[in-house]
Design a protein around this ligand. Sequence first.
Ligand SMILES: Nc1ncnc2c1ncn2[C@@H]1O[C@H](COP(=O)(O)OP(=O)(O)OP(=O)(O)O)[C@@H](O)[C@H]1O
Ligand SMILES: [Mg+2]
Length: 388
Amino acid sequence: MPSWRKGKHIGYCLNDKKKKKLNFQGFEDLCRKRGYEVTEIDLAKPLCEQGPFDVIIHKLSDLILESSYDSQSHQLIRDFQTYVETYSSIILLDPFPAVRLLLDRFESYRLLQDFQKQDSCIFSPPYVELNSGTGREAAARIREQGLTFPLICKTRVAHGPSSHEMALIFNEEGLGAVSAPCLLQSFVNHDAVLFKVFVVGSSHFVVRRPSLKNFPRGESARRSIFFNSHSVSKPESCSRLTELDEATLESPPPSDNVVCRAVRGLRSALGLSLFGVDLIVEKQTGRCAVIDVNAFPGYEGVPEFFSALLNHIETLLESYEQAARARVLVAEYSLHQRAPQVDSAPESTHGTDPRAPWMANSLETPKSAPAESGFFTFAVLPAVLSRH
Ligand SMILES: Nc1ncnc2c1ncn2[C@@H]1O[C@H](COP(=O)(O)OP(=O)(O)OP(=O)(O)O)[C@@H](O)[C@H]1O
Ligand SMILES: [Mg+2]
């Protein structure tokens, strides 16, 4: 067994629904088969009694959302955060700030707009944020920004049952029925096909799903359509809204090059390892639009998910160990160079870490990093090491 795998402890914290949907027991079994200790974290008990952990996987979106108005959830999230900050060599999949950002559509769509300025391989459909009042008050802004009907209305909060309640609006009158906080986004015709890209570290998987049908561009007298997004884009979805009015050839998926660039760019912009990107291909232009990004999605239709997740964890563990070893060598080398000062060297302040001594030297290691980061450290160190 390689040293970076020996005695390693993986903790996970998922709600019952997520565990059941993913059949997470299968992942536990796979980890144990490869020699890892696995523990389901109980948030009601102190984390320090359940660890120490080398890796923690979580989907705490419900709790993170609740923590903004519920003091008990707030305390649980704070305790969790304090724990991972104290033992900063823990690999956390994924860091809370990035997960929190994706719970707010205003934040995530701003990030997508910024991303498209850097890389035009994809675009984010234009939208208007509505902070207060009804959509009617946003009519002037919609015109000013050149948004055309139909518009799709999405709530600001991107997680939880009501976040999937949406509306298709075909005229200014329809705007009166939507209320803040929400956003109004240009509807992009895409032949009723959605491409869900599921990312696991440096791997990704593309799965085809049903999606909303095409609608004529421009204002029309049509009445607004209110729908739940889960009735249109889940694998089992069956809705009149996804039946095309006209016969079309099966839409080709976006090119590998576009998907890879989008995934790579979003991974580094978000600092996430586990996320999903929803892509559609614009009918008129063939351009690829990102309409949604989710933290730790369902990975439905990705049978390789567990092996990809464990491979990603192993890549991180291995690169963390290499980086920690490199740091020890560099430290030894510099001590050696400054031999007379050795006696006055300050004592290590890393005594609070109950884990292996080499881990205590990795306190500056980011809590969660894309697989590349360990290799980056390694790429800049060989010159130093070769002198050792
Ligand atoms: N700008 C758009 N143009 C055309 N169709 C869109 C657009 N935005 C969303 N849709 C359609 O609405 C569906 C739901 O949108 P979105 O992915 O934003 O919602 P969601 O509820 O957050 O999804 P998820 O279940 O992935 O969290 C999409 O799958 C797609 O069919
Ligand atoms: Mg979606």
